[in-house]
Design a protein around this ligand. Structure first.
Ligand code: NAD
Ligand code: UD2
Length: 313
């Protein structure tokens, strides 16, 4: 059976990728469970779960020596921007050093490799005003998280050109769906709202709205994200390239909230506060490049919110 390695596979997006591969592949997950959860993973004979740190070179070397992977998806990261601002040295190790180390190991063990895919972020664009964001725009990474994502992404793509290793990268916009951890104030806004709506049945529940709610985001359902990852990993054209992963449609935060309230039949008490420092007013992706290799959005925001809500009831 073909082997797939998914770092960060016990997390939100990684666990959905595990679900995609698990029936027909031998799936290896390495995750230190700092944010992920063992319960996100299926109980399946095709799964090998390794609780460990992606910065642990001897552990990674052992895994690469014992297995020849067809696909490697490097998702493990400290995904919180605020955490990267609070602990830049630590997050640099996880968000950058681990990528370079994995690339070197991949170089030594690439016999069966079809693709190494790195998950970068729309954060690399910073707050430059040009919209929509196209992959060839100037970038302005402004936080340790964004800087490490951009540097990792460049290394990953350069390994394709310099050493002929099959690599690609993706820049996720605002991903939402089941299993996104809502516990940090910097968790995805849809996971925070979902968590609060659940509680709103029995008690009046407050939601702090930063800014006037007119800020836009490109919310993409995790199912579409998995589809995008699979397409990028299988396309020949995507070798050595980076792709935006979004829907191409800006949605105002307040409109998303109204839609969610009407789907659930519940409301939250909105507490208005000033915008967060550095909050981006408008953000959405150009998805022409990924559409050209076969991607199309399948889950509308309405369908995605409905499914998410049903999954938590
Ligand atoms: P997540 O936090 O749910 O998943 C990341 C996983 O990595 C977690 O399970 C965590 O336990 C694990 N991890 C962290 N440090 C580790 C370490 N040192 N060793 C091993 N495992 C470690 O986040 P997610 O939303 O699923 O994000 C997946 C990837 O996508 C990340 O690289 C993130 O930066 C990127 N991304 C996500 C979004 C989004 O909207 N969710 C947007 C842009 C980019
Ligand atoms: C996303 C990423 C972040 C970074 C950034 C780069 C997520 C979870 N975050 O931040 O990692 O890549 O893009 O631009 O993917 N909001 C509220 N109340 C809350 C929480 C959020 O009003 O309780 C607002 C928030 O101020 C923002 C919007 O909701 O205007 C979306 O917030 P988010 O944290 O989900 O995502 P974003 O785009 O700020």
């Amino acid at each position: 059976m073909k082997k797939v390695l998914i770092t960060g596979g016990a997390g939100f997006i990684g666990s959905h990728l595990v679900d995609y591969y698990i029936e027909n592949h031998q799936v290896f997950v390495i995750d230190d469970l700092s944010m992920g959860n063992r319960l996100n993973l299926p109980d399946h004979t095709n799964l090998t779960f390794i609780e460990g740190d992606v910065c642990d070179e001897s552990l990674l070397r052992e895994i690469f020596t014992a297995n020849k992977f067809e696909y490697i998806f490097h998702l493990a990261a400290v995904a919180s921007v605020q955490d990267s601002i609070d602990r830049p040295q630590y997050t640099h190790k996880v968000n950058f050093d681990s990528t370079l180390m994995m690339l070197e190991l991949t170089k030594e063990h690439q016999d069966k490799l079809k693709r190494f895919v790195f998950t970068s972020s729309a954060a690399v664009y910073g707050d430059l005003p040009t919209l929509p964001k196209t992959e060839d725009l100037a970038v302005l990474p402004k936080t340790p998280y964004a800087i490490d994502k951009y540097a990792s992404e460049r290394y990953v793509l350069s390994y394709s050109n310099l050493y002929n290793i099959p690599t690609s990268a993706v820049r996720f916009f605002n991903v939402y769906g089941p299993r996104q951890n809502p516990l940090s104030p910097y968790s995805g806004v849809i996971s925070i709202i979902t968590d609060k709506l659940k509680r709103a049945q029995s008690e009046e529940t407050e939601f702090v709205l930063f800014g006037n709610g007119e800020q836009t985001r490109d919310f993409i359902n995790v199912k579409d994200v998995i589809n995008a990852l699979v397409i990028v990993s299988q396309s020949y054209d995507s070798l050595g390239k980076v792709y935006n992963v979004g829907t191409g449609k800006p949605v105002a935060l307040i409109d998303m909230m109204e839609l969610y309230f009407s789907i659930t039949g519940r409301k939250l008490v909105i507490i208005n506060k000033p915008s967060r420092d550095g909050d981006i007013k408008e953000s959405y992706a150009s998805i022409k490049a990924i559409q050209n290799i076969g991607f199309e959005q399948k889950v509308t925001l309405e369908q995605g919110l409905e499914k998410y809500w049903n999954s938590v009831l």
